[in-house]
Design a protein around this ligand. Structure first.
Ligand code: AMP
Ligand code: GLY
Length: 427
């Protein structure tokens, strides 16, 4: 099969790396891809992944059999619908189903209608009404821009003043642009967070191995929210009972609800969870693989990813007959970021030590890199994900940090405590 991966971050590098291991993958392309992905895929520049027509035209010219969409923006732009109209199989939800991530107001409304556990909330289009609600509810409270804001449009306010300032930043000063025309204000949920991704064909759901992201920029979960500074899998907080509860109370009901609403959901559904004293509750749904969750989940998948994706995309009922197996071990991903991320940072610095890290047995997934005069340079906030697999989390952490230590670039920044929650539970 000829396979096209859409996107060029760490998640897409991992997807391409895993897809390339399938005996069914004859040729892989990536738009735009990145220097790391070039080892397994032909990277195509000059086509915007937000231009559905151009992407589909490329796929037709190159006889693509399966398109795999990484990021949320093409999904909410309807790229899967465009592939489908051209008769090309595509892994990911259609536009109407991707609303589950594209609009927090939609997803919260759906959860309320179908009784899926999540935080209590209200939606506002008027800043004064939003501020009144904050004053009435008090802190801690959570303020979210409604649209897509690259994981940064959420403020967990500890005080009322902080919450009021967040409303003003989002609604009056448009800090996240049009994504802030509506805000969702939510009850603060206390607990430990975890992610459970699943494959689905719209009917059957197959949970992946659980994982945990580290969204704050600095050690000890301090500092601003980022797209994710590191992950590990599996997450011990997701005990077999908790996974079962998530499946029965969240994943199955939401997939059934989407079908009921005429928005059949196929692809990967990402449930961001808070494990509260009352059980798992939804923090958010994403219509795609997580980044950097993918970097730890897919290395632990023992089955053929192409077969799974084809079954999900076809929606012909074959997913339920696949035998999908996971490794018993653990994986850890440490993100190497550019100093200053998630705020302003410089790029264009040469990266050394990539081969040495691979020699130590790590997988180095590229996120924000570029090629310049034959060397790899930094080109984004999150630059690399250094991933190690081992028999347990402790060993995977040690191996990943060995990889981290041999890679260097100016202003290299990373968290030193990835997987601390799992390690604390072990000790
Ligand atoms: P989101 O983009 O919705 O995943 O939110 C980003 C982060 O904000 C989450 O990973 C949580 O750490 C935090 N967060 C979001 N909503 C809540 C909530 N209702 N209660 C507590 N923390 C939250
Ligand atoms: N790691 C969080 C996300 O992909 O949204």
């Amino acid at each position: 099969m000829n396979i096209l991966v859409i996107g060029g971050g760490g998640r897409e590098h991992t997807l391409a790396w895993k897809l390339a291991q399938s005996p069914s993958a004859t040729k892989l392309y990536a738009i735009p891809g990145n220097p790391g992905m070039a080892a397994v895929a032909e990277c195509v520049s000059g086509i915007s992944i937000e231009d559905n027509e151009a992407v589909v035209a490329f796929a037709e010219e190159h006889a693509i059999d399966l398109a795999v969409i990484g990021p949320e923006v093409p999904l909410t732009n309807g790229i899967v619908d465009a592939f489908e109209a051209a008769g090309i199989l595509a892994f990911g939800p259609r536009k109407a189903a991707a609303e589950l991530e594209g609009s927090k107001a939609f997803s919260k409304g759906l959860m309320k209608k179908y009784g899926i556990p999540t935080a209590k909330y209200e939606v506002f289009t008027d800043a004064e009404a939003a501020k009144d609600y904050v004053r009435q509810e008090g802190a801690p409270i959570v303020i979210k821009a409604d649209g897509l804001a690259a994981g940064k449009g959420v403020i967990v306010a500890e005080t009322c003043d902080e919450a009021l300032a967040a409303v003003a930043d989002i609604m009056e000063d448009q800090e996240f642009g049009a994504a802030g025309n509506r805000v969702v204000i939510e009850e603060f949920m206390e607990g430990e967070e975890a992610s459970l991704l699943c494959f689905t064909d719209g009917e059957t759901i197959v949970p992946m191995i659980s994982s945990q992201d580290h969204k704050r920029a600095y050690d000890g979960d301090k500092g601003p929210n980022t797209g994710g500074m590191g992950t590990y899998a599996p997450a011990p907080v997701m005990t077999p009972a908790m996974i079962e509860a998530t499946k029965e109370k969240i994943l199955k009901p939401v997939i059934a609800a989407m079908k009921q609403e005429g928005r059949t959901y196929q692809g990967c559904l990402y449930a961001g969870l808070m494990i509260t004293k009352d059980g798992p509750k939804v923090v958010e749904f994403n219509a795609r693989f997580g980044d950097p969750e993918t970097q730890v989940v897919l290395p632990l998948l023992k089955s053929d990813l192409v077969d799974i994706m084809v079954a999900c995309a076809k929606g012909d009922g074959s997913l339920k007959d696949l035998d999908i197996a996971w490794s018993d071990g653990a994986a850890v991903c440490v993100v190497l970021a550019s100093g200053g991320y998630p705020k302003s940072y410089r790029k264009g610095y040469e990266i050394t030590g990539l081969d040495e890290a691979e020699k130590l047995g790590c997988h180095v997934f590229h996120a924000g890199t570029a090629e310049r005069d034959g060397s790899v340079v930094t080109a984004g906030g999150r630059v690399l994900g250094v991933v190690a697999e081992a028999a347990d989390v402790r060993a995977a952490v040690d191996k990943a940090y060995q990889g981290v230590n041999v890679i260097d670039f100016k202003d290299k920044m990373f968290r030193h405590d990835i997987a601390h929650r799992a390690l604390e539970r072990q000790s």
